[in-house]
Design a protein around this ligand. Structure first.
Ligand code: NAD
Length: 467
């Protein structure tokens, strides 16, 4: 018997298999959840397909009401979800609590949106109206870094637009997704939202499935490319939100202490496992040593502990594979630069690594060119006055970026030159449901949030009438 069940066709059901869930703060299994077979994945798709005609015809006002009660039920279980999130994901409890409340805010925002038709021509000859129709069954495939937020906003956007959904959360953080499934079974008609758990073996089943109309995927560039390839045979619609290697460009005129604090927070939140984290800091000669010292001080002072412990500021890495990958980055960073804070594993069970600052490092090294997705920040030197944006833009990634300066106009000008979907000025990380979010270059295809993101869950239909 598993502790959490799948959601298929409105029922909470056992899986044909069971999956162990590890607490990254201890390395021990703390729960067992239902794991779906290929046959169960297929029956989830069949349930979603069967539910589509009725759900897509349900008036949007009714769908909005259901989404609002989805948000209410999430709110009612907020504390339970936050605790279990910290156990399965590792982040400090306060970050989990924030994630649950932010998810609720996203759902409520989408519950307040409309999908309106509009007229583009109306004269003696023609009346031409543009409508937006639901696509069909959407597969939402999600990563382990935000296990409630990413599934929550994908479910909300997809269902508001009239689609039915199969959510497949990451196998290392399945519980949050399964709790969403329990809640969905209480509020949506049977089959509208289905949640299945795999062991990295069902994503491809969904992205190849002829009855899936769209894949909304968030994850790594590598897997995103695989999803795109397997979706091509049935020409599925795709949204790919992929990895990032965000640069923070710091100009010489900043307040070093204040900026260091903000850069540190944006680099080490969720143990650096944020697609939009600052993953490279570019600092000019004139303040390079001072900025490195400030960042190192913050890293030395950070409290690294089990996320359930009061006061923990940075938890463990989320899973063993990611931990080992990040240790590989650490080894190459030791050769390619100078470690001035952290750099050592914490002597305890679990996947802990102290926040690490690397200086005297440049492009052409793994820690600068690749996405580390962990608590290691390279600080890269540039010459005051150098065209630093050109260097930053050499990256294959283009998710986010930031420019930091006392001269806001100058910073906005540089921001416009960066090849990234989002560029912040004197901040990093703020995103919200009314702001479109999209990666440039290898960081993705398509848009999430706002009108633009919602539109991606629909298909245009033009009704063109002779007058
Ligand atoms: P991942 O690509 O390993 O896995 C993501 C999901 O894809 C999981 O559910 C996994 O089971 C599934 N999957 C695995 N193989 C598949 C296949 N062949 N077909 C379909 N699905 C398959 O990513 P991860 O390690 O879980 O997450 C970390 C990555 O996600 C980082 O690169 C990070 O930057 C990125 N990310 C991006 C955003 C964004 O919005 N751009 C947000 C969060 C995370």
């Amino acid at each position: 018997m598993s502790d959490y069940k799948l959601a298929i066709n409105g029922q909470n059901v056992d899986g044909d298999m069971v999956l162990d869930v590890v607490n990254p703060a201890t390395g021990d299994v703390f729960a067992q959840v239902a794991r779906a077979s290929v046959a169960q994945a297929n029956s989830a798709v069949a349930a979603a397909k069967a539910a589509f005609p009725s759900w897509s015809r349900t008036p949007i006002a009714e769908r909005k009401k259901i989404l609002a009660s989805f948000a209410d039920k999430l709110n009612a279980r907020a504390e339970e979800i936050a605790r279990v999130m910290t156990q399965e994901q590792g982040k400090p409890l306060a970050e989990s609590q924030f994630e649950v409340s932010y998810t609720e805010a996203f759902i409520r925002h989408f519950a307040g949106m409309d999908i309106a038709s509009y007229v583009v021509q109306d004269d003696e000859a023609f009346h031409v109206e543009v409508r937006r129709k639901a696509l069909g069954v959407v597969a939402a495939i999600t990563p382990w870094n935000f296990p409630i937020l990413i599934p929550g906003f994908k479910l909300a956007m997809a269902t508001l637009a009239g689609n039915t959904v199969i959510l497949k959360p990451s196998p290392t953080t399945p519980i949050c997704g399964l709790i969403l499934g329990e809640i969905c079974n209480e509020v949506f008609p049977a089959g509208v939202v289905n949640v299945i758990v795999d062991d990295n073996d069902l994503g491809a089943v969904l992205s190849e499935h002829p009855d899936v109309a769209k894949v909304s995927f968030t994850g790594s560039v590598e897997t995103g490319k695989r999803v795109m390839a397997s979706a091509s045979s049935t020409l599925k619609r795709l949204t790919l939100e992929l990895g990032g290697n965000d640069a923070g460009i710091i100009l010489p005129d900043v307040d070093v202490k204040e900026t260091a604090k903000k850069i540190f927070a944006a680099a080490f939140m969720n143990c650096g496992q944020v697609c939009l984290a600052v993953k490279r800091a570019y600092v000019p000669d004139s303040i390079y040593d001072e900025m490195c010292d400030e960042l190192a001080k913050l890293a030395d002072a950070a409290i690294v502990d089990d996320g359930l412990k009061q006061g923990a500021e940075i938890g463990p890495l989320q899973n063993k594979a990611q931990y080992e990958k990040v240790l590989g980055f650490l080894e190459s960073a030791k050769k390619d630069g100078t470690i001035i804070a952290g750099g050592e594993q914490v002597d305890r069970p679990g996947y802990f690594l102290r926040p690490t600052i690397v200086r005297d490092v440049a492009e052409g090294t793994r820690i600068v060119d690749e996405e580390q997705f962990g608590p290691i920040l390279p600080v890269i030197r540039y010459k005051d006055g150098e065209d630093i944006v050109a260097r930053v833009n050499q990256s294959q990634f283009g998710l986010g970026g930031s420019v930091w300066s006392a001269d806001k106009d100058k910073a906005i000008e540089l921001a416009g030159e960066m090849e990234s979907g989002t560029v912040w000025v004197n901040q990093h990380l703020y995103f919200a449901p009314h702001i479109p979010f999209a990666g440039a270059k290898n960081s993705g295809i398509g848009i999430e949030f706002a009108e633009e993101g919602l539109a991606e869950f629909t298909q245009i239909q033009v009704i063109n009438v002779a007058n």
